[in-house]
Design a protein around this ligand. Structure first.
Ligand code: ADP
Ligand code: MG
Length: 230
């Protein structure tokens, strides 16, 4: 338990601040949403274009807050031995509808038996979601995402997520994981920051390989056993 508490400690540094801000923003947001709906129902003129913009901007604020809140649920953080393959399968199931709409196929390749790893399953799932979502979003003409999970002799599991998207120019690679770094019109630039933080909390590492016009591969290296931080 002490180990668990200690691990969640570092997450809380970012988490507590994020949670505080997020909750402060959420309450007035609820009021805003309610009154805008009320207004929309009672104005006679057609302001639907303005209402659509207001609604979509409010949604955007909400998605930023939600991504922040992921880091701020200490009660949900529990490290345990878990099957990463199952976590990945669940994640792919979750994103399949979005993938199909984008004409993207997600293939899972597991050539060998993968040991259970010491991890926080919900947070790991969040990492898989963030990286897979980026992969789907970047494949504008559709294609295939290949997810492979391999086990390494030195007690590591390597999860690779390979897309056929636009790729990332070399000078931009080092900006990945920087808060608010985004190249998308509707992006938050928080997905990778959150993901890198979570992998770090697992004493793991992220490596990115990319070629412009070819695609990008994210390699997540995770230790199988419990590691002692600090
Ligand atoms: P967002 O998706 O909201 O932009 P992220 O933190 O998830 O924020 O990603 C940050 C940026 O990293 C993206 O805007 C994009 O420029 C780049 N990126 C992330 N994943 C990929 C990928 N698979 N292929 C190309 N670029 C990527
Ligand atoms: Mg993203």
């Amino acid at each position: 338990l002490e180990e668990q508490l200690r691990k969640s400690d570092t997450l809380n540094v970012v988490g507590e601040l994020a949670a505080g801000i997020a909750h402060e923003i959420r309450n007035p947001m609820t009021a805003l949403k309610g009154f805008i709906q009320l207004l929309e129902g009672s104005v006679k003129e057609d302001f639907s274009m303005y209402f659509n913009i207001i609604t979509s901007e409010l949604k955007r604020i909400e998605s930023i807050i939600t991504e922040f809140l992921i880091l701020s649920k200490p009660q949900a953080i529990q490290f345990e031995e878990k099957d990463v393959v199952k976590i990945m399968r669940d994640t792919i199931d979750l994103l399949n509808a979005q993938a199909i709409i984008a004409n993207v196929q997600i293939e899972l390749y597991i050539p060998e038996t993968i040991p259970a790893i010491y991890c926080e399953p919900n947070q790991l799932k969040q990492v898989f979601i963030n990286i897979l979502k980026n992969a789907i979003e970047v494949m504008q003409d559709g294609g295939t995402i290949i997810v492979s999970i391999k086990s390494h002799e030195d007690h590591h599991v390597i999860i690779s997520i390979k897309d056929q998207g636009s790729g990332i120019p070399e000078d931009k690679l080092k900006r990945l994981g920087e808060p608010f770094y985004t190249t998308k019109e509707r992006g938050t630039g928080l997905g990778l920051m959150v993901s890198y933080k979570i992998i770090e909390e697992h004493c793991g590492a992220v490596e990115v390989e990319s070629e412009v016009g070819e695609g990008t591969t994210f390699h997540l290296k995770l230790p199988v056993h419990q590691h002692h931080n600090n």
